[in-house]
Design a protein around this ligand. Sequence first.
Ligand code: 13P
Ligand code: SF4
Length: 314
Amino acid sequence: MPTLTAGTDLRSEILSLKEERNAVILAHNYQVGEIQDLADYVGDSLGLAYRARETEADVIAFCGVHFMAETAKIINPDKTVVLPDRDAGCSLEQSCPGDKLEAFLRENAERDYYVIAYINCSAHVKALSDCICTSGNAVKIVEAAPADRPILFVPDQNLGAWVMEQTGRKMDLWQGSCYVHVEFTRDSIAKIREEYPDAELIAHPECTYAVRMLADVVCSTEKMVHYAKSSESGNLIVATEEGMLHRLRKEAPDKNFIPGPTDHCACAECRFMKMNTLEKLRDCLRDLRPELQMDEGVRARAEKPILRMLELSA
Ligand code: 13P
Ligand code: SF4
């Protein structure tokens, strides 16, 4: 079969380029199955940040979205960090431009905000923050914040609201959201539950309050794997990006995973995550382009709150 041969050739090409470059391939849980299957590590934003910090490879090929590869570069200034598609952005990152946050902090200087930034943001925003968090450690990071300072949480209002529910800590929330996760609705979940009345619902904290309220568990993508493995339910509805189902099916093959539907589609796809392909991964390892480049001043400022996060959640 020609397509199978082409795919196999492409995979071997990637593996030999990886060897030649002394590269590591890191992939987020939302990547297409064939990238996940070939990666050295597949995980959530937190796991990927730790892996990026620990690696001894000379080159990091980051299969995720731009802010994830950028985070790897911030903590590895001397390594070459490449990504398959430079345009793989994130709606959360777009919702909080660095200059807008800078102006907001200037206008509200008397508040003396402690700024916690969800990792889904630009290096500029990270550089303006006191601590970074991911969905996997947001509760811990907020609990560790100074009690005598008001918190500004950027850019995800849904994750921020969920953390407030979990911790009881009041925060001012930037009004950003993930265009993928807000597509799950109370109605779309109710409909799929009619089909699978005994199924448990696993939801990402980027989902809206209405969906989180229906969930049996709200957690990061990595914690979804742990939850699914130990769940007693045979059917699990997964309210997050559909790439997650590949990982879940691999790790818990005895369970039936049902993609959470939206009002318009049978599942939710992040168009940014899906920009990466095996071909583009091969090209970036071969050409070492697109490569992450960054202003050293911004990088050094952005590194501090990331390292603070890694220390706090170790
Ligand atoms: P996780 O860190 O939970 O994998 O989430 C990343 C993300 O982009 C969710 O949309
Ligand atoms: Fe960003 Fe949403 Fe895509 Fe995650 S799923 S990368 S938050 S747009």
